[in-house]
Design a protein around this ligand. Sequence first.
Ligand SMILES: [Ca+2]
Length: 443
Amino acid sequence: MSTSLFAADRPNLIVIYTDDQVHDAIGYSNPDVKTPHLDALAARGVIFDRAYVSSPICAASRASLMSGTFPQENGVVGLAQQNFDPHRKGGEKAHLTLPSQLNKLGYHTVLHGKSHLRNPLHYGFQTGRESGPHDDVETFADVKEFLATYKKEDPFFLWLAPRQPHMPLLPAQEWLDLYPLDSIELPSNYRVEPLPNSIFNQGVPGELFFRDSDYPKNAKKLSGGPPRSPEVMKEFIQYYYAVVSHLDHQIGAFMTQLEEAGEADNTWIFFLSDNGYHLGDHGLGNKITMHEESVRVPMFAVPPKAQQNGGEQVRTKSLVSSLDIYPTLIELAGGEAPADTRGKSLSALVANPDSTQHEYVFSECVGVGGEAGQGHRMVFDGTLKLVLTDTDEYHLYDLANDPDELTNLFASSKPLPKELPQLHAELSTWMKSIGDRATPALP
Ligand SMILES: [Ca+2]
């Protein structure tokens, strides 16, 4: 793919934005997961193997993507739905949201599925609606109707945000049948419960969540946190994967409809999730932490037909941020993202998957405990991950040698890497730039 092709003439833009899908809960990264439609779609574009969200929790991740800013910059830092101020920084530096920018560039903008920032029309979408809590059918019915009735004067920007595989996990039996329990593998870093350490805090210090009271259907309500036995965890994973496969099926049907509507030839599709999910790894459920399972998501981009690569899978190992979506879409629409937008257009990386999108990615999750500033932050250079926890402890992981993030180098006898001071400087500079507090000295 060439850069000139990236500047196609006002293509339609679709973002498929799933909910709580961990990075390897997709077939092209994990053969245990059955997602034939997503695998085929991804094979027509570029897979971003190392994509990180700016915040591993629903509302903060979404507001961040819509505004092109980190949570502490736009004020939506937590879990609960909040009235999202479309003008970041309280209006001092008025900055239109992604849908508002695309409206100005002549796009028809529509959201169907989960907004989680209250009414999507409030922050720039022209049409669409937030679907109900059990939207596995409703959201896809809404987008089907949108495509069927869409008038073709203007290109469209469709934000398709199904709630799956978020709780509750209620798959039909046909999807569960794809995953016999005896075929389910536990994660290599599975534990019955986490070690007592602030790195695992998911609320106020020491608080842990599984949030699976609706799983499985009709089951006795389970308590909110660990311990979680191997048997229970395998059943949980079975339900989770089954929901992912159902979601894949629905996306496949939508792609067929897009094709039949004659729009596939002039549409860019981006796929990602708002955050990952702990499936018993480290003894955890839910997200919120800075571990890979929480902050890393499946993500890929598919260009219009004429620019596709003929079904040969293309993957990039470069670090990518969810914040890159905003400037990428603005560029595709022929506009220019505001200078202080945090992400960077993916155009150069799509044209050359061997290139480097970011030297460092950052993430934060500081609003869950209910007190401002409480939570975790991280910087990651692709090998080393430095985390500052909510009790001011630093953790350092070497993912090249420890991909499961089991050894905190500060608590081991291993020598600290020479890159550590630079990593700390990057974390410190970034935290200051988003209005976070000063970083403590390294141990
Ligand atoms: Ca989510």
